[in-house]
Design a protein around this ligand. Structure first.
Ligand SMILES: *Cc1c(COP(=O)(O)O)cnc(C)c1O
Length: 389
């Protein structure tokens, strides 16, 4: 979807002509007679500000309908409620930690089976599916090593066993990748990240491919009630207005940062799908519209938690914080932050070394970001300059 189309998919207010979407801060709507209303009756079921966001997100992803939730995990939870006891999920092995926690500690207890496989090889998925499989659940690219899976190939496997393909599209954003056009059935987003884009809210989104799925998610959204409030819907809509320009700048910055890191003597591995050295570069190039995202991860030659700590507390532009996708650059140390609950042995298996650092590039000037990284490397005392002294 072009930047023009995105901006003009957001309607002005038909009642007043207000060019920006009004915040309908109301819990209920006056009825003319019982059941006779203007399409809205109670704000859990529907709200005009939320409706604009949901319609825009459906268009962004090329789906039948969109649904806004209070957080990304609430969106994921709503999708999981489509399952019944005894059914099975085949999930990407380095799934977002919060999704892993929800799968394991809430849904496994309710009799849902979950099998984790390396989905970067579609054959692993084909070997894992069974007649019980209801969902194949992938993220692409993943966090933090940015593994990319072939959505189209996996969607064919899902169809062959009558399962649905769910794609968490948070890292690619709808600018780089529209999974429904590649065969996915349901998209989830943490709207907290690129879509909101300003680190000022938490939000979750679901987009469905078919009317049948839309009706089911609509029912769950109203029945469980984990909706996004009107003010945060407004902020998310405002974020979407600049999504295209922000995301493209973040991708450019990340590419430059990744190329800088690749040359840096302090660095041992760089993970960025835009580098030809990345394992999944070819599929990323085909699938992601030439856009590789704003996240770059790397590990240090001096592979210790102490060196990583010196680095992440030494950056100035890159603020030390969880989350990603906002206009301000962020740095995080997954082993002590986002992935602290994953046992070290499992982390190492997934390529998350003790010194692994994740950068979320914002929209600052690339030169400033690179300069910031250069000065932070000096603080880790592993830069060539310091070693030479
Ligand atoms: C952050 C994130 C989520 C969870 O979203 P919240 O808004 O924090 O609840 C889910 N998936 C991915 C890939 C994420 O990065």
């Amino acid at each position: 979807m072009s930047a023009t189309k995105i901006i003009h998919s957001i309607p002005s207010d038909p009642l007043t002509g207000a060019i920006s979407v009004p915040v309908y801060q109301t819990s209920t709507f006056i009825q003319e007679a019982p059941g006779v209303n203007k399409g809205f009756d109670y704000a859990r079921s529907n709200n005009p500000t939320r409706k604009v966001l949901e319609d825009v997100v459906a268009q962004l992803e090329g789906g039948d309908a969109g649904f806004a939730f209070g957080t990304g995990l609430a969106a994921i939870d709503a999708v999981l409620k489509l399952l019944s006891t005894g059914e099975e999920i085949i999930a990407v092995d380095d799934i977002y930690g919060g999704a892993y926690r929800l799968f394991t500690h809430v849904y496994e207890k309710l009799g849902i089976d979950i099998k984790y496989v390396d989905t970067t090889n579609a054959e692993n998925v084909a070997n894992a599916v069974s007649t019980k499989t209801k969902f194949i659940w992938i993220e692409s690219p993943t966090n933090p090593t940015l593994k990319v899976s072939d959505i189209e190939a996996i969607s064919k496997i899902a169809k062959s066993v009558g399962a649905l393909l769910v794609v968490d599209n948070t890292f690619a954003s709808p600018i780089a990748q529209q999974p429904i056009s590649l065969g996915a059935d349901i998209i989830v987003h943490s709207g907290t990240k690129y879509i909101g884009g300003h680190s000022d809210l938490v939000a979750g989104l679901v987009v469905t491919k078919t009317e049948e799925l839309s009706e089911k998610i609509k029912f769950i959204q109203n029945a469980s009630g984990g909706i996004l409030g009107p003010w945060d819907c407004f902020l998310t809509i405002r974020g979407i207005e600049t999504l295209d320009i922000r995301f493209r700048r973040q991708c450019e910055n990340a590419q430059k940062v990744a190329e800088f890191l690749l040359k840096s003597e302090a660095v041992s591995e760089v993970y960025f799908p835009g580098l030809p050295t990345h394992k999944n570069h070819d599929i990323a190039k085909r699938q992601q519209n030439g856009l590789f995202g704003g996240i770059v991860s790397f590990s240090l030659k001096k592979d210790t938690v102490e060196a990583a700590n010196a680095f992440v507390t030494g950056t100035e532009c890159f603020k030390l914080a969880e989350s990603l996708g906002g206009v301000k650059s962020l740095v995080c140390h997954p082993p002590q932050m986002t992935h602290a609950s994953v046992p070290r042995a499992r982390r190492l298996e997934a390529g998350i070394k003790d010194s692994l650092i994740r950068l979320s590039c914002g929209i600052e000037n690339a030169e400033d970001l690179i300069q910031d990284l250069e000065q932070a490397f000096k603080k880790t005392e592993v830069s060539p300059a310091t070693v030479a002294v």
